[in-house]
Ligand binder design. Structure first.
Ligand code: ACM
Ligand code: ZN
Length: 754
């Protein structure tokens, strides 16, 4: 009988009775990532010390994982019989797919490969009580709900990245991270091993990489934009020995995780140049970087550098069996190349047009070397500069343009756009979040990510191998902080890359996350919990009203409109709140009398433009379209610290013109708005704006500033019907800044007219 496309949830958590009429802990099927097809079947399988496992020899990894998972965490010892059978099945299409059938008498797993069987085991794992995760299961037997699942991944590249250059973490933590990936059916760990601030992989041929490049004298405290810079005065660093790396690679193999090592070139290599100054263009002694950012110390293109890199890569490929070697390629300023006689000589000899083609020469030469060793390169999307190396795979991070360009050239791509995949960004609007690099990437936005760009045809989209969440660790000195930033967004990413879009539903996902959090607790994983927050939305039908919402089920929202803090006596929210004057709405989520999560507060400002007509000559960027143009005059301002919320609009490189039509000529006295100026995220306030009224124009010059918010206001008593704001883009980001050479973003908030 074919399995119906049916999503079934075991929503009753509690105690039910098995066939022997004995109470058992019931387990809920709230699997993350959600399987492609699942159907509940009545009954349960009782697992105890009579249960055995029988498996095809090809399924060693999976069988061993299940045995040790059960035996390490309970007193149950699996025998050898076919109660749990792992069956090799060539009829399963996808190498990583599986069928799982749990009946009262047995558990049958069908898979073509050990990898598929492994994912069936991870599914079973999530059907077991969380006590199995921390070894606290102390009963003789456990009931597993009967279920029939047919499952396979949507994408074949399902990854998480971790930067150990800015901060590094213990071998035990790297294994814990790998374990989490495997639990979520991810298959790739992109290990970012070299940076300006530290070289983290032992290379035996070059001992100074260990002695010098692995350590920085001290570390920047706070943000780059906090001037003057402060340092902690503490030497920081270390590296992973080749033995440790071998151990980690072997461990990852038992979790079906491929580790892709990244050795950055030609940029982000200041630490290596600090150890061996001759690798740079100037030969001058530099230090291992103590600040974050983009540095001008890049590898010189003379032959000696390539000799060094080939020797390094020889050791790297001995340690890492992955097909792919990540060679970085991002953020390599060309400043030194422009004045270096070796680099200019190279340009001449090779008949190159400029330094961008020199970057292509660099990457292509390394590609040729790695191809000769049977490996392929993957690099950040700057490797498209000056032409793409013939066999390269592109990791698209500066938006999706790199992916579109590469896929159209029939190159494989992996999607990691900052807008949806940078887990170093803030995940909540709360001001009490731990310090992060900036940005705003809430769980829902990750969840709703579609790795296939709309610009690609069906044929071209086949070049999209999958997607990856990135963890850059400038602001993550501890493993607890890495976990806080990774979870729960990694859960969302796992569903992005594994599950079918038709299967996905955010509010259902959130309820599964709430359940999954108990598993994370048992695993000792420090996750962020923003599930109990209130979200608000202004509704402008005929009358204005304000809607409150919270994500998890069975909770209440209580609210106030008099500025007081909500408590367990405040009004319970049942329907949208009428807005007939400016007001402050405060709210929080309650479970009976207990307040969960943090307070929500929204100021509604009924100014003269609210609900009037507005148009913009350019569409906001798809990744930052907020509530659209009308969100700029909806009476609600964006967050002070998170530009990617529902109120801010983002434009990338465009000059914009915003026209507000008040419907009739009105007396106005002031116009205010504000721009985000988060330069670390490539966002710049404009240098000037023009404001046109019906009969007059004003030009406002905006001084250069490092302030993250730039307020603009014009006091002017004038009669006008139309108000037009002409906002030219800041332009190209200057040398020495994050993202230099790229277009700046413009982010604008509410336009307040009084
Ligand atoms: C990157 O974030 N520089 C790839
Ligand atoms: Zn040079």
């Amino acid at each position: 009988m074919p399995i119906k496309k049916l999503i079934v949830y075991f929503v009753f958590i509690g105690v039910i009775f098995n066939c022997k009429n004995k109470p058992h802990e019931i387990v809920t099927s709230q699997i993350i990532p959600i399987p492609q097809n699942q159907e509940t079947v009545e009954g349960q399988f009782v697992l105890n010390s009579n249960t055995g496992i029988e498996y095809d020899k090809a399924f060693n990894i999976s069988a061993n994982f299940l045995k040790s998972f059960i035996e390490h965490s309970s007193s149950i010892i699996l025998k050898e019989n076919n109660a749990i059978a792992l069956i090799k099945d060539e009829t399963i299409n996808n190498d990583e797919g599986y069928k799982l059938h749990i009946t009262p008498s047995n558990i049958e797993i069908h898979a073509k490969t050990d990898r598929g069987a492994f994912y069936a085991i991870q599914t079973i794992r999530q059907l077991l009580p969380v006590a199995f995760e921390d070894g606290s299961f102390n009963k003789e037997e456990v009931s597993i709900p009967c279920i029939k699942i047919e499952d396979e991944p949507r994408f074949k590249y399902r990854g998480m990245h971790l930067d150990v250059g800015r901060h590094m973490y213990s071998v035990a933590f790297i294994k814990k991270y790998i374990d989490a990936l495997a639990m979520l059916k991810m298959n790739t760990f992109h290990w970012h091993l070299t940076e300006d601030q530290g070289w983290r992989i032992e290379i035996k041929k070059y001992p100074k990489l260990q002695e010098i490049a692995a350590y920085r004298d001290e570390t920047l405290v706070g943000h780059y934009s906090d001037q003057p810079h402060q340092f902690d005065g503490k030497k920081y660093g270390g590296f992973y020995t080749q033995n440790e790396i071998k151990d980690i690679v072997a461990y990852a193999n038992t979790r079906n995780i491929t580790i892709i090592p990244e050795i950055e070139m030609p940029g982000h290599s200041q630490a290596a140049i600090a150890a061996y100054p001759e690798l740079g263009c100037t030969g001058e002694q530099v230090e291992v970087a103590k600040k974050w950012g983009v540095f001008e110390e890049v590898y010189c293109t003379k032959d000696e550098t390539f000799q060094f890199l080939e020797n390094v890569l020889d050791e790297v490929i001995t340690l890492f069996p992955s097909e792919y070697i990540h060679i970085g390629g991002d953020e390599a300023p060309k400043t030194h190349w422009k004045t270096c006689k070796d680099c200019q000589q190279r340009i001449k000899e090779e008949g190159l047009k400029d330094e961008h083609e020199l970057q292509n020469y660099f990457i292509t030469r390394i590609e040729k070397y790695l191809n000769s060793k049977g490996r392929q390169i993957i690099g950040w999307d700057e490797i498209l500069e000056g032409g793409l190396a013939p066999n390269a795979t592109v990791m698209s991070w500066r938006g999706i343009n790199g992916a579109v360009e590469a896929a159209k050239q029939r190159h494989n791509v992996v999607m990691t756009p900052t807008s949806h995949c940078y887990f170093d960004y803030y995940q909540s609007e709360n001001d009490n979040e731990p310090l992060a690099i900036g940005g705003y990437l809430p769980l829902e936005k990750v969840y709703n990510f579609n790795p296939i760009p709309e610009e690609l045809s069906t044929e071209e989209s086949k070049f999209v191998l999958g997607a990856q969440g990135n963890i850059w660790t400038e602001y993550m000195p501890t493993q607890e902080q890495v976990e806080y930033m990774a979870f729960p967004r990694m859960l969302a990413m796992s569903e992005v890359v594994w599950s079918n879009p038709e299967q996905k539903n955010y509010s259902d996902f959130v309820n599964r996350v709430e359940h999954f959090n108990k598993r994370l607790d048992a695993l000792g994983i420090n996750y962020a919990n923003h599930l109990y927050e209130v979200e608000g939305k202004l509704i402008s039908d005929e009358n204005l009203s304000y809607q409150l919402n919270t994500l998890t089920q069975g909770k209440q929202i209580r609210y106030t409109i008099d500025g007081s803090e909500p408590n367990n006596k405040s009004n319970v929210y049942v329907k949208p709140i009428k807005i007939n004057m400016s007001m402050i709405i405060k709210a929080a989520v309650f479970n009976k009398d207990e307040k969960l999560g943090s307070n929500f507060s929204e100021t509604i400002n009924l100014h003269k433009a609210v609900g009037k007509k507005i148009s913009i000559n350019k569409e906001p960027h798809k990744a930052y379209s907020g509530s659209g143009a009308k969100g700029l005059i909806n009476g609600v301002s964006g967050s002070d610290s998170r530009y990617g919320d529902k109120e801010w609009l983002g434009f990338w490189g465009d000059d914009i013109e915003i026209t507000i039509d008040l419907g009739e000529t009105k007396e106005i006295s002031s116009i205010e708005t504000r721009f985000h100026n988060g330069q670390g995220q490539w966002i710049y306030a404009p240098k000037e704006i023009k404001i046109e009224f019906d009969d007059e124009t004003e030009t406002l010059h905006i001084p250069d500033t490092k302030d993250v918010l730039v307020n603009i206001s014009l006091d002017k008593n004038i009669s006008t019907r139309f108000i037009k704001l002409k906002i030219p883009n800041y332009g190209i980001i200057p040398e020495g800044k994050q993202g230099s050479g790229n277009n700046a973003w413009t982010f604008i908030d509410e336009i307040i007219i009084n």
